[in-house]
Design a protein around this ligand. Structure first.
Ligand SMILES: *Cc1c(COP(=O)(O)O)cnc(C)c1O
Length: 393
């Protein structure tokens, strides 16, 4: 049986009533027959039947033993960081998600945990950054917003040889395209706010572990610290996952068309999309994922904050907003939005130029999205200085 069919049928019909949709158990506590004797649930922070369906589904989806649902992606990342102790070190991808950067450097650093950032698209650099104190390697692949790709399998071998855990933030690819646990990672983390939820209508996070023993440790942290996902939001994520494969297939196909269109447009400088043969790690992306995802970034020949700002506000279908992975296409300008707090020089060194724009390709028809981008790019070209117009012509 194909994975998608299996997945859809792994969501149980309600054994009590036959309801095809998972019931939302909106309750805080569960009546016990006698102290300690119950039907598997005692208090809804420790466990809730709706959340349990989601957690089992997450484990199945990623090919792991234990799935856990959190109130946000950052709450999920936080639970993993709590596996560490003072003195431990993390080696992380250099263009890590901004919120994770803030958590590790501004919260965990003060508890004595050190983080080293390296360009993980080169596994050798990971190898050289490891010290006897390194306990955790942190990857995102593709990264945000420059869509860098790291070789999960190669880095998993380095992690294993050095007794480190490998955690992959799989938010951008989603398990419909990439399953890091089957490539040797120990933990997968998600902002379920993005593709898993898929409809821009909730904030949620997920953790899946390859081994049950590690899953039990994080489950303990989930209950001890309390950042669980509520029953209604759990239900929404289940509903999102039901169409995950279908949505991702379409996101990928449209993103590829958009990337190829952008690559040919004279006003565009660089296009960042792992599905393009010109992407430096195209072959690694092809090897480890079933598709190249729904995020496309690009920079303009007019490499200024103003040009990018004008462009990002002149599209009609692409709405200017942070976040990604939903039905509606979104556009963002990292230099003035998500990466605003990073000093300009550091930001540019990480490849986030002034004019870099990030697109989250939604489920609209490709030709409409391309027309929207074409019109916005044409407007930009008309506004360019005469000398630049000559150059672009
Ligand atoms: C959005 C995001 C997060 C944080 O998730 P929240 O649900 O917003 O807390 C973490 N990692 C990546 C890659 C993200 O895109």
């Amino acid at each position: 049986m194909q994975a998608t069919t299996q997945l859809i049928h792994s969501i149980p019909v309600d054994p009590l009533t036959g309801a095809v949709s998972v019931p939302i158990y909106q309750t805080s506590t569960f009546v016990q027959e006698a102290p300690g004797i119950n039907k598997g649930y005692d208090y809804a922070r420790s466990g809730n039947p709706t959340r349990a369906v989601l957690e089992n589904l997450l484990a199945k989806l990623e090919g792991g033993e234990t799935g856990l649902a959190f109130s946000s992606g950052l709450a999920a990342i936080d639970a993993i960081a709590k596996l560490l102790q003072a003195g431990d070190e993390i080696v992380a991808v250099d263009d890590i998600y901004g919120g994770a950067y803030r958590l590790f450097t501004q919260v965990y650093q003060q508890f004595g945990i050190t983080i080293h950032f390296v360009d993980t698209s080169d596994p050798e650099k990971v190898f050289h950054a490891i010290t006897p104190k390194t306990k955790l390697i942190w990857l995102e692949t593709p990264t945000n917003p420059t869509l860098k790709i790291s070789d999960i399998e190669a880095i998993a071998k380095i992690a294993k040889a050095n007794n480190c855990l490998l955690c992959v933030d799989n938010t951008f690819a989603s398990p419909a395209l990439q399953k890091p646990l089957t490539l040797g990672a120990d933990i997968v983390v998600h902002s379920a706010t993005k593709y898993l939820g898929g409809h821009s209508d909730l904030i949620a996070g997920a953790v899946v572990t390859k081994e049950k023993a590690l899953g039990d440790k994080i489950k303990f942290i989930q209950n001890a610290c309390g950042a669980i996902l509520a029953p209604f939001d759990s239900w929404l994520v289940i509903r999102g996952i039901e169409t995950l494969h279908l949505r991702l297939r379409q996101h990928c196909a449209t993103a590829q068309e958009v990337a190829e269109f952008l690559e040919k447009h004279p006003a565009v400088d660089k296009v960042y999309y792992p599905g393009l043969k010109t992407h430096p790690n195209h072959e690694v992306a092809k090897k480890q994922s079933k598709g190249f995802g729904g995020i496309v970034s690009f920079s303009l020949k007019q490499d200024t904050l103003e040009a990018a700002g004008a462009f990002a506000t002149s599209t009609q279908l692409f709405k200017l907003a942070e976040s990604l992975g939903g039905i509606k296409s979104l556009i963002s300008h990292p230099a003035t939005m998500t990466h605003k707090s990073i000093p300009a020089e550091k930001r540019k060194a990480a490849g986030v130029s002034d004019s870099l724009v990030r697109l989250s390709i939604g489920l609209e028809e490709a030709e409409d999205l391309i027309q929207d981008l074409q019109a916005a790019l044409d407007t930009l070209q008309l506004q360019a200085t005469p000398s630049l117009q000559k150059e672009l012509a």
